[in-house]
Each structure stands twice: as C-alpha cells, then as structure tokens.
Unconditional design. Structure first.
Length: 137
C-alpha cells in the first residue's frame, strides 16, 4: 500500500535547519548524507514517526531561495500531531519557537499555529477522541 514517505522543506542552510528541527521541535535526525560538495540528503522526523518524514533541502537556485519561508503562500502547510499538547507547546515555547496565537479549542481538538525557523506556518495539534475515531489525521 502506498504511503507518503517524505515532504520537502526548502531551507537556507542545512546545519541551522537541523538545529531548529532537532533542538526546538524535538525531531530526530534520521539521515545526513553528503551527496557532493554542495548537496546533502538530510531527513528529520518527530520521535517515533513511522511513515512520513521531512527532507530538509537547501535552496540551490534563486527561485528556490525566494520560496524559503513561504512555501505554501502563507497557509499552514504542515500539521504536527501530538498526544500531549500542553507538554509540547510549553517545551517548544521554551526552546524559542514562535507561536502566532494562544492555544485554542476547535471541534477536532486543541491547536496553535507556529512558525518554523524560516517563517513557514505549522499547526501543533492534539486531536480529540472523536476526531481520532473519525480518522482525521
């Protein structure tokens, strides 16, 4: 059965991106392989993630550089699910993650929008029991 293996986030610098995703978001560094003198294959994922991970791809052209931090035209583009919202929200804030809003309750669970190191918008989200039962990811 097919599944989504990787999603790409275009970054300015591999090492600063690794530091943010590892230290501020708590992701694991799964792979950091040098391809050539300019390119690396860098993969990070939340601890315990079984399928989808994030490929940190350094911008190599002017067009790619122009999209750093605005890959989705200002919309939330990534959804970081948690089983303990308050724990992860407080840990991320203490690590310097910028949240755009206070946590809010929605019919599907608790959510707050944050920005990654470049300005891309993410949701930190804890689904409630009904949303999980309904299959909402």
């Amino acid at each position: 059965m097919p599944h989504l293996g990787l999603v790409t986030v275009v970054v300015r610098d591999y090492d600063e991106a690794i530091a943010f995703y590892r230290d501020a978001l708590g992701f694991d560094l799964l792979e950091d392989t040098r391809i050539d003198s300019e390119k690396r294959w860098v993969v990070v994922a939340p601890p315990g993630a079984r399928e989808t991970a994030v490929l940190l791809a350094r911008a190599a052209t002017g067009d790619q550089e122009a999209r750093i931090g605005d890959q989705t035209g200002g919309r939330v583009g990534w959804f970081l699910n948690t089983d303990a919202f308050e724990r992860d929200y407080e840990r991320m804030r203490a690590a310097g993650v910028t949240f755009e809003e206070a946590p809010r309750r929605e019919p599907y669970g608790t959510v707050a929008v944050f920005r990654d190191l470049y300005g891309n918008r993410w949701d930190l989200i804890q689904l409630n029991a009904r949303a999980r039962q309904d299959g909402m990811l």
